[in-house]
Structure formats: C-alpha cells, structure tokens
Design a protein around this ligand. Structure first.
Ligand SMILES: Cc1ncc(COP(=O)(O)O)c(C=O)c1O
Length: 483
C-alpha cells in the first residue's frame, strides 16, 4: 500500500518542514479530515529521517491543532480546521492552543509554554487528559453507586476489602506481577509501603543495604527510622552481589532494598544470575528483601521478580502512582502472609487504613476498562520519548530501559554535574544531578537524570533536549575555587 510521503522544504528544520507539509496538504485538499497519517517508522524510512524527527513533526502539527494522536491508533487529520487560518499560520514561532480546548485540555503544557521552563526533575507519568477523565469517570460511578458510597463513608479493614484486594491482584497479574489477594495490603502510595516495611521489620540502628545510587525516598525513610544505611556498588547488571556477600561476612544486614527491574536512577536491571545469588544469600544470612517495583515496566522488559524466587522473605512495593495518577496515592504491598498481622498493626498505628475513597476510586477506574488503554498509550509514549532522547543525545553515554521514565546521562571527562544543572536551569531546563541518590559519603558520579516522561508533551521534551545538547556541546567553564 502506498503511503503519504511529502516533499520537505530543505530550508527548514526537518520536523518543522514535515509539520508544514501537513499544513500545505490540508490546504490543497490532499489530506482530508479523518485521514490517518502513516505510521512514524514507515514515514521515517520513506523520508530518510529518524523516527524522532517524524515524532516531532507530528507533535508540532498537533500543537497547531492540525492533527490528533489517538491512543493506540495513530495520528489523524482534524476536522473543522479553517483553511484560511491554516494557510496563513507560520510554524516558525507561533504557539497555537490547537485542538485541545476541551474540559481536560493540556493545562500543564500551557503553563510550561507560558513560563518557558521545562521541568525534567520529577519521575512522573506522562501527562494525558485521559488521567483526569479516568478520575472523573471513577468519581461519577462512585457517586451513582449506593454500595460504593457506603464503602467510602465507612471505616474498613486495614488491609482493604477482600473484593478490592482480589480486583487489584487480578490487575497486577495482567500487568506482569502475579500475586495472590491474601498476600496484599493497601498502603498510601509506594513511599508508605517502604516506611511500613522499615518500621515493622527493622529496629533503629539495624543495618539496611541499598545500591550505591538509590531512590531518595528510601534514604530519607531510613534516616528517619535511625537505620544504618550501607551501600553496595552497582554496575550494568545491577547490585554487585559478590560485594554484598563480602559485606555480609562483616555485618549481616536485616534487609536489602533493591529495584530489580530498573534501578532509580540509571535503569540497571538485576541479571537473573544475580537475582538467584541474592536470594541464596538472603537465605544463608536470613535477611529480608524489600523489592521496589513502583517504576513500572511492561512484562516483556522484566525478569522474574524476587518475590517469586523467595516468597517467604520478600516484600514487594507497588503503586498506582506511575501508571494511573500520582495524586491517588494508592500503593499495594505484597508480603509473606505470615507478616500480615505485624504490618497491619504498623499501618493502624500510622494511619489506621488507606482512605476508602482512594481505594474505591482506583477500583472503579479499573472496572471501567479505561486503565488498560491508558497504560498501553503510556508505554508507547515513554518508548517514543526514549527514542527521541537517544536520537538527540546519541553522542553521549546514556542508560535506561526502553520504557523507563528516566534517562541517565554520564557526563564526559572534565564536566561537572552541578555546573551543568545550573547552566541548564539558566536556560529553563531543570534536571537532577546524582547527589540526592547517593548512599554514604563517596563522591557522586558526574551524571544527570533526565525525567523524559515529566515533560508536558513530546514537543516540549524535544525543545528541552535540544537545549541539553547545546549545553553539553558548550559546557560551562569550571570555576577556579582556590589557589
Ligand atoms: C523507586 C520508587 N519507589 C517508590 C516511589 C514512591 O511511590 P509513590 O509516589 O507511590 O509513593 C517512587 C516515586 O518516585 C519511586 O521512584
């Protein structure tokens, strides 16, 4: 089948030329309302450009209200576009609110555009109006169900209702995390799952082990509990288990915290051999494993979870924050069932229970069937963002998983992360250095974490990446601090 292949104006950047070609072909009538544009990879091959260029071109056209990207379906020419407006609008600089004028228009994007700043510091799911819509639909369905309303006004069991735990267990199974309802307790987000596990199982002063670079929420929770946080080196296969074995011979930890699928930051995945070695060590020295699966990856990118290899000693932290909405604050903690009374008592002393309204909202959202297409879209979107970033920053040393939210950029010899963070901030792009992730006193590596998913749109991300590239090519001079 032949596809639409435009001629690109050689005087313009290629992505803008593509958006402009869409505009011209709408004006000429060659592209009609409802027409589906070619899949990005096919068009990229036909034009001899990168997929990232086509992605940016489509995003630019969408920003101008010419096309709409539909979840899991493709990019379509919009109807009701005024040929007059389209034919006279310039793609060089004009920002047009475009098609997103509905109730859930892209507010974040508008704010970001008007402030001229792009925040890539927070590990957030990519914005999509379907999140607000999913929340609205769930709340509407609760408000129309006497049973759901009764659940919301009542106190409930600290672990959650059996029917809710079953629904969540089924959903986790579909997402690649096979669990039984009886092993689950509900928490106020993933962070709460971590603090509950630390509070219930470790006494102040006891040793907890984490990778040398780890999730900052683990560092703060361990400091607050008065734990002794020890570090183990990481490499591209994740935590160095031989180093952990050496550490165990000197001091047996009570717990090891690990992000097996993708370390945050850096994205290192624990190899299967290391998972088995870790489990063997845990059995030999009798320590708990706290496995954090909050940063969601689709099953095809995951290995066998540690809780499946060592169900009797692994607690698995999961949350809806990274796939439905961070504001919902619903976490699910998978624990060996024998621990339920202990963890339940800790939860009751912290907050008695998770607010039933939150649990009902998530359950109504899952029952509506609207969560699955959103997650499918999200995975495709973050993959496209990863490809885009890798095409713009291909000269540098990068690491991530294909569906990670984040990209880890190791700076070239002689460049300093703090100076880069400051230079980028001066240009309106906010990123994070390795400092907040560091366990212990060793100096942090010179690297940056870019949360690609946090940008309001692919267009905003593309702009930010161009700035990152420019700053990397002309790094700030190192300051001479002393004689
Ligand atoms: C690895 C990891 N664990 C846990 C959390 C906390 O999750 P939640 O927002 O559900 O509390 C985060 C949040 O960024 C995270 O990155």
């Amino acid at each position: 089948m032949t596809i639409w292949v435009p001629t690109l104006d050689p005087t313009m950047p290629r992505y803008r030329a593509l958006a402009d070609a869409i505009r011209l072909d709408i004006v000429s009538g060659q592209l009609q309302a409802g027409t589906r544009l070619p899949p990005q990879r096919r068009l990229a091959d036909a034009l001899g450009v990168t997929v990232g260029t086509v992605t940016r071109g489509y995003a630019e056209a969408e920003r101008h209200g010419l096309v709409t990207a539909r979840i899991g379906s493709g990019t379509y020419i919009n109807g009701g576009i005024s040929a007059q407006r389209v034919s006279t609008e310039s793609f060089g600089h004009v920002f047009c609110a475009g098609a997103a004028t509905g109730m859930f228009a892209d507010v974040k994007g508008a704010i970001e555009a008007s402030l001229d700043t792009i925040d890539l510091t927070m590990s957030l799911p990519p914005p999509h109006p379907a999140r607000q819509q999913g929340m609205a639909d769930a709340l509407t369905s609760i408000s129309q169900s006497q049973e759901a309303l009764l659940h919301c006004v009542d106190y409930q069991n600290a672990f959650g209702r059996d029917s809710q735990r079953r629904l969540l267990a089924n959903w986790m199974g579909e997402l690649g995390m096979p669990v039984a309802a009886e092993e689950l307790m509900l928490t106020q987000g993933g962070q709460n799952g971590i603090t509950l596990a630390l509070s219930a199982l470790l006494a102040p002063g006891e040793a907890l082990v984490a990778g040398a670079l780890t999730y900052p929420g683990l560092i703060s929770a361990s400091t607050e509990r008065g734990l002794k946080l020890l570090r183990v080196p990481l490499d591209e296969e994740g935590m160095d288990i031989e180093a952990l074995a050496r550490l165990c011979r000197q001091q047996v930890p009570r717990m090891v915290y690990v992000m097996a699928e993708q370390n945050n930051p850096g994205g290192a995945q624990l190899s299967h051999a290391r998972r088995e070695a870790l489990v063997a060590l845990a059995r030999q020295y009798d320590f708990w494993i706290l496995e954090d699966g909050v940063q969601y990856l689709p099953p095809e990118e995951c290995g066998t979870q540690l809780y499946q290899l060592a169900p009797e000693r692994t607690l698995y932290v999961f949350s809806t924050s990274k796939i439905l909405a961070g504001g919902l604050r619903l976490g699910v903690l998978r624990i060996p069932p024998a621990l339920l009374p202990r963890l339940g008592a800790t939860l009751r002393s912290h907050s008695w229970m998770v607010a039933p309204l939150l649990v009902e909202t998530v359950c109504a959202w899952l029952t509506s069937g609207n969560a699955a297409p959103l997650i499918t879209w999200q995975v495709e979107e973050v993959r496209a963002r990863q490809r885009l970033a890798r095409s713009v920053l291909d000269e540098w040393s990068l690491s991530s998983r294909p569906s990670s939210f984040d990209l880890w950029l190791a700076l070239p010899e002689g460049q300093r992360s703090q100076a880069m963070v400051e230079s980028l901030a001066a240009r309106g792009v906010h990123v994070t250095s390795a400092e907040p992730f560091c366990v212990g006193n060793e100096p942090p590596p010179q690297a940056l974490r870019l949360c690609l998913s946090a940008a309001a749109s692919r267009e905003a991300l593309a702009n930010a990446l161009e700035i990152v590239r420019e700053v990397l090519l002309t790094p700030p001079a190192l300051r001479c601090m002393t004689l």
